[in-house]
Design a protein around this ligand. Structure first.
Ligand SMILES: [Mn+2]
Length: 284
């Protein structure tokens, strides 16, 4: 009774777009991964989930009908400094969400977390993966480590189960590009999108046509955003990413948005993350 009374006047903040924590009735389950232990350049994306939540509460996305959304924000993964422990925790959480027939929305955190999300998903379906990233993340080893933000996709491709597309790449080694061309089903570079955005949309239309469901991973550095661990130039625009997402939106069964580092800007990169997820959640 006293809790009910206090809840008349108090609430827990911030949560993603003001979502409660009603897991049972949810269709989408939000959780954060405040982890950046393998970040090699500018650390700070451990604060990404918090920043995304703070800014989401100040945003009204017109096409997003918040009242009809069955979304629960379950909080953040317990903190650890060990990448293996983070990956195990994320995998167990995502397995639980999928096994309950729900869709995960993951707030990052460094990109490495996607490896666990995809491994969990692979237990349930042969997924199609669409990655937006200015990097290829296909190094075999980086700074004496085989599992980190620059190698995770290679680790996934070594035992991949479905098709993979990577969109917006522009910062990579020759070795990564060769490996990618061998293993990745659709690659659209940042330059291709900027030069011919309609053609990029059509390529995605062809890719998505024959797949059942899609998992999307968005590294916000695809936008050339400032608040990221490894900034790059010549990013795609928000609108170009949304135009591609529109093609596959109705097939999305999970999404992560990663690498938001709020220590490096005044919140704009977190706002991009909010809008991208908000757009995916909107029905029209
Ligand atoms: Mn990246």
């Amino acid at each position: 009774m006293s809790r009910d009374f206090l809840e008349l006047y108090l609430k827990r903040v911030p949560t993603f777009f003001g979502a409660g924590d009603n897991y049972e009735d949810s269709e989408y389950v939000v959780f954060g991964v405040p982890f950046d232990s393998t970040v090699s350049f500018i650390p700070g994306c451990r604060f990404g989930p918090l920043a995304i939540r703070i800014f989401s509460e100040q945003i009204s996305i017109p096409e997003l009908n918040e009242n009809s959304l069955k979304i629960a924000d379950m909080g953040d993964v317990l903190q650890t400094l060990k990448v293996s422990v983070m990956l195990k925790r994320v995998k167990r959480i995502v397995e639980k969400i999928f096994s309950d027939g729900k869709k995960p929305i993951i707030l990052g955190g460094e990109h490495t977390l996607t490896l666990s999300s995809l491994e969990a998903l692979s237990k349930f379906t042969k997924p199609a993966i669409v990655i937006f990233d200015s990097h290829l993340d296909l190094l075999d080893e980086y700074l004496d480590s085989r599992i980190n933000h620059a190698t995770w996709l290679r680790r996934y491709l070594e035992k991949k189960k479905g098709v993979v597309a990577t969109i917006g790449y522009r910062d990579f080694t020759k070795e990564e590009l060769e490996y990618g061309k061998d293993k990745i089903d659709l690659m659209i570079s940042s330059e291709e999108i900027l030069d011919n955005p309609r053609n990029a949309v059509e390529k995605m239309r062809d890719f998505v046509e024959n797949v059942g469901s899609v998992y999307v991973s968005v590294d916000v550095d695809v936008l050339g955003a400032i608040g990221v661990s490894n900034p790059t130039l010549t990013g795609t625009t928000y609108k170009q990413i949304i135009n591609i997402l529109n093609i596959l939106k109705h097939k999305i069964i999970g999404i992560d948005v990663v690498e938001v580092n709020p220590l490096l800007d005044h919140g704009l990169t977190a706002v991009y993350a909010c809008y991208i997820i908000g757009h995916v959640l909107s029905r029209n």
